[in-house]
Design a protein around this ligand. Structure first.
Ligand code: ADP
Ligand code: MG
Length: 451
């Protein structure tokens, strides 16, 4: 890395790196962040330079949210960020920069349709038995927005199974085929933060008109509305307004409306009033097909045995599947070696057979609740007996330790608690483990159950 650039590493990015390093595994930080460089320009745009496009893709896919969170935390407000590839310096000592993509969102920008990820199109969506129904419903809605009975279209399924991809594919399709229609995509978190910002800035009218003038509203991950009552109220009105004027609404969630906790009944029944379609984990053939499609898109190929090695071992999450592929490419480019089964086993073996990667907050909550003999629902409840509180705090601590989830998403998963509550819980458990041997052993035993 040229020293001129190095000295330009912005204070903002250095602070962000510090923030990030405290929140993800050391090995992940080392692989994905260590060699990055952040430059803040005069327009307050942050350019994050990384060694190659695999790292850029990986960061954009997996860590955009965390980077966004870090920037907000450090800077006090959001900053647009871009990824660029910093090639090794050539003869004249200049660094070549290749523009890659801009994942960051600016809530005040009304061209929300531009925030659709280029990759998430129908053309790149592999269809198999596990997702056929959801795919067909999505296509129907995309072809005739607002004109089918599939309104809202509610897509649900586990993490990494293609909810965001499908929702955005609908957005792309409509954007291209009905250029006069205003397509808006937002996560429920973005909706919430836009709403809160509009209240504090006194610009609620703008907020309302922005969302309510959409012809197609795609809201991703509505489970994060849980526990946020005034946002739910606001969303309820937006929903009704659009629905009455026969605008298309598409919602995604990690579970069926009936099983969603912390959302008002009237919302849930509205959500289930159109078509509810689920996404299941893909079968082996589809997993191989997805990997194959992905390699083609990167203009490369993987030996069959490597494809099957990955597809056989990563079964329940397409993001993980792609992650393995990205990691292989990144390492092969860093080590300048070709990818064969030995290489794949060396790079991925530990990851793939290490079931820790499969630990989710939900799993932690379930096992911790059983371990402490409390109801699972107490994990998200407001109730605060000391017994319940300790179990909940232990679960937050474990979620922090064994998942890559942000403090914010951990808080959300525990009934919409904020990130300071999570930090507090982690500190409490941490210090009790140090001071109370028996308790420490208990947490050790509990951790063993997660693997
Ligand atoms: P979710 O929103 O359900 O957590 P995503 O939509 O973000 O999952 O999908 C995770 C990754 O898997 C994305 O990179 C997406 O492109 C890819 N993916 C999901 N489903 C498919 C599919 N059927 N075909 C190809 N890629 C897929
Ligand atoms: Mg998603």
């Amino acid at each position: 890395m040229p020293s001129a650039l190095k000295s330009n590493n912005s204070k903002l990015w250095e602070d962000c790196l510090r923030y990030v390093s405290l929140r993800i595994k050391k090995s992940s930080f080392h692989t994905w962040f260590k060699h990055s460089l952040g430059v803040l320009d005069e327009n307050d745009k942050l350019t994050i330079m990384v060694p190659n496009r695999f790292v850029a893709d990986w960061l954009a896919d997996r860590y955009s949210e965390l980077i966004d969170e870090a920037v907000r935390e450090v800077n006090g407000s959001a900053v647009d960020f871009f990824f660029e590839i910093k090639e090794e310096s050539d003869d004249d000592g200049q660094t070549k920069i290749e523009f890659l993509k801009k994942p960051a969102e600016n809530p005040s920008n009304s061209n929300r349709d531009n925030f659709l990820n280029e990759r998430y199109r129908f053309e790149n969506f592999v269809v198999g038995g596990f997702n056929q129904f959801a795919h067909a419903a999505a296509m129907a809605v995309a072809e005739a927005p607002g004109k089918t009975n599939y309104n809202p279209l509610f897509i649900y399924g586990g993490t990494g199974l293609g909810k965001t991809h499908l929702a955005q594919a609908i957005g792309h399709f409509i954007y291209e085929n009905y250029p006069q229609k205003k397509v808006m995509y937002a996560t429920s978190e973005r909706f919430t933060s836009d709403f809160i910002t509009s209240i504090s800035n006194g610009t609620i009218a703008n907020f309302t008109s922005q969302y309510r003038t959409a012809d197609v509203l795609l809201i991703d991950d509505i489970q994060f509305f849980s526990g946020k009552e005034s946002t739910q109220e606001q969303f309820f009105h937006t929903f009704n307004d659009l629905h009455q004027s026969r605008k298309q609404i598409v919602l995604t969630s990690d579970r069926h409306p009936r099983e969603t906790r912390g959302l008002e009944e009237r919302l849930l029944s509205r959500f289930a009033s159109g078509l509810v379609a689920d996404l299941q984990p893909p079968d082996l053939e589809t997993r191989v097909a997805i990997l194959r499609r992905r390699t083609e898109r990167e203009g490369t190929t993987l030996p069959e045995d490597v494809l099957y090695f990955i597809a056989n071992n990563v079964t329940s999450n397409i993001r993980e599947l792609e992650g393995c592929f990205t990691r292989l490419l990144a390492y092969s480019s860093l080590e300048k070696s070709s990818i064969d089964l030995d290489f794949a086993t060396r790079i991925l073996g530990k990851e793939i057979i290490n079931p820790r990667r499969e630990i989710t907050i939900q799993k932690i909550q379930k096992i911790t609740a059983e371990f402490f003999k409390i109801e699972l629902s107490m994990m998200t409840a407001k109730k605060k007996t000391s017994e319940v509180a300790i179990a909940r705090q232990a679960a937050m601590y474990l979620a922090r330790k064994y998942t890559a989830c942000s403090l914010k998403s951990i808080g959300d998963a525990f009934g919409g608690r904020d990130h300071s509550t999570v930090i507090h819980a982690c500190d409490l458990i941490d210090s009790r483990i140090r001071s109370d041997f028996e308790f420490g052993e208990k947490i050790k035993n509990l951790s063993a159950l997660l693997n």
